[in-house]
Design a protein around this ligand. Sequence first.
Ligand SMILES: Cc1cc2nc3c(=O)[nH]c(=O)nc-3n(C[C@H](O)[C@H](O)[C@H](O)COP(=O)(O)OP(=O)(O)OC[C@H]3O[C@@H](n4cnc5c(N)ncnc54)[C@H](O)[C@@H]3O)c2cc1C
Length: 280
Amino acid sequence: MEVLQALDSQVLIGLVAALVAIVVGAVFLFSSRKPASRACLDPEKFKEFKLVKRTKLSHNVAKFTFILPKTDSILGLPIGQHLSCRGKDSQGEEVIKSYTPTTLDSDVGYFELVIKMYPQGRMSHHFREMRMGDSLAVKGPKGRFKYQPGQVSAFGMLAGGSGITPMYQVSRAILENPEDKTKVHLIYANVTLEDILLKEELDLLAKRYPDRFKIYYVLNQPPEVWDGGVGFVSKEMIKAHCPAPAADIKILRCGPPPMNKAMGEHLDALGYSPEMQFQF
Ligand SMILES: Cc1cc2nc3c(=O)[nH]c(=O)nc-3n(C[C@H](O)[C@H](O)[C@H](O)COP(=O)(O)OP(=O)(O)OC[C@H]3O[C@@H](n4cnc5c(N)ncnc54)[C@H](O)[C@@H]3O)c2cc1C
């Protein structure tokens, strides 16, 4: 009888232990899956997102707002990465190009793209033709750069035109994280004052975080009164406005191909090693 009772209690203990393990496992699985289920991107498959708002920012730039499937959905794009967007050019041919949202995963239920539309641009045509309620096919995350807080002590950033969007995304993530002490030094080049994208947003960041975020605007055709740089971004400008070469700094660049090439040459000449440079 005692043997049976001992056996019964052993079985009972075993059953309780198994039950606890199942409950703990289920809770772990549920809680670890929850954030992933809120993320909408698929790296293998294009997914459609509906356009709900289009705001004209200048004669050739607009902000496109896309809604996510649920009000608590997030895009799920790591900082420093971008999206592949698929569309049709004016000949009806498929075209795929990269874009970086200006929103972060802290912006829940939607994402935004700021798009510069070139007159002859193939994907530009697709965006120009998009109307409210149309869907955009998006795949991702994509990219070799992933930002981790504390990765470097300071970033230099060299942006041209629409190349500002990855810089804005990384800067926002750094500055809006109070634990992150990384400094950001941005040089942003455009043709005219009107061409500067996200100027209000950038100036707001500089005002809010004066010790951690500095911008130097460079214009090819400056207005009469102008205290920024003039012409193309030069070696001297980089020397004056970016962190000096060091193991714990990185210079990011994103602009039109000729600018990227010129910036690479300037950085090499100034002594920045390949590890200290990254081109989006
Ligand atoms: C990581 C990454 C993120 C990007 N994020 C954004 C973004 O958020 N918003 C955005 O608007 N663009 C962004 N771009 C640029 C985008 O991918 C396309 O290159 C751009 O929209 C032009 O594509 P298109 O098919 O319309 O033009 P194309 O058919 O490729 O080119 C048409 C004409 O435009 C000129 N052109 C093309 N690209 C540029 C350029 N960058 N600067 C100057 N002239 C150019 C070409 O010389 C050509 O004359 C990003 C690029 C990369 C690599």
